[in-house]
Design a protein. Structure first.
Length: 286
């Protein structure tokens, strides 16, 4: 959205329309039926569709996807999660992957007996956390910051496990990339410059965040910027290790995931080209 609002797609010769696609599964459907040519989505939906032979999609870039496990008011440490209720969407998407993953990590720390309770995610998860219907939920800014103001606490930052800004990105059909390499190159170039604009223009990025998320409180948008900006990479390569972690968790229900190579879901040649040409370094020198 920052790239579009800053007219960077136009700068690089593209006329781009942005659409909301009802989550990652909607993005996959849109890419496969040609409604959209590029999509920003979390990894599980793409990996699953490819593994089941329903799609042939690849990630062109890494993404912006920062997640936390937050505890309800009164729960201030992980140790208090023994026997706790954790919100679980149940749609096999990113929330489910992270819930399974964090339960495994907590059990390694001796924190046992965690139970799953229904949670549709997003603002519903926020409401359940604040009302204490859940003891903890996986949540992302800006909702995470709203929860903090209501007395909730950060318990796990998934960056601890190498999963910060690594669980998705910009994707496209492999066939489209082969047919339209010039457009793909222009799109990725604009997107990378958009990430530079996000990283270096706090006021503009917070304004876009506020408008896009429908936030009345500007300070929430500013805090979202402050909490997300430090970990955002200058060069947004897809992260093979993080995709491998997702595949490991997915293998519980999808055996094909256990032996899949994360590299088969990535085409990072366009990012590599921008790095090797000096384009990205020139942005930051400027």
């Amino acid at each position: 959205m920052v790239t579009a609002r800053a007219r960077l797609f136009a700068k690089h010769g593209l006329e781009v329309e942005t659409r909301l696609m009802s989550g990652a599964k909607g993005v996959v459907r849109g890419l496969m039926n040609g409604e959209i040519q590029f999509g920003n989505l979390a990894a599980p939906a793409l990996l699953r569709a490819d593994l089941l032979g329903e799609a042939d999609l690849v990630f062109l870039t890494g993404g912006i996807n920062q997640q936390f496990l937050m505890g309800r008011p009164g729960i201030e440490s992980r140790k208090q999660l023994a026997g706790a209720r954790i919100g679980f969407v149940g749609d096999r998407g990113l929330n489910d992957i992270l819930v399974y993953f964090v339960i495994d990590q907590l059990e390694k720390e001796g924190i046992q007996g965690i139970r799953l309770v229904a949670d549709s995610g997003g603002r519903n998860g926020l409401a359940k956390l604040i009302s204490c219907e859940c003891d903890a939920v996986v949540i992302t800014p800006p909702e995470a910051l709203e929860a903090k103001r209501e007395g909730c606490h950060f318990l796990v930052d998934f960056a601890e496990f190498g999963l910060n800004f690594a669980l998705g990105g910009i994707a496209a059909r492999r066939g489209y990339i082969q047919e339209q390499p010039a457009i793909t190159r222009q799109f990725v170039r604009a997107y990378v410059e958009g990430m530079h604009r996000y990283r270096t223009d706090r006021d503009f990025s917070a304004q876009v965040q506020q408008e896009y998320s429908g936030l009345r409180d500007r300070s929430i948008a500013e805090e979202t910027y402050e909490i997300t900006r430090p970990g955002m990479p200058q060069i947004p390569y897809p992260v093979f290790s993080a995709l491998g972690t997702v595949l490991q968790v997915m293998s519980r229900q999808l055996p094909e995931a256990a032996t899949a190579d994360p590299r088969q879901f990535v085409d990072d040649s366009f990012i590599r080209e921008l790095e090797e040409s000096g384009f990205i370094s020139s942005l930051y020198r400027g």
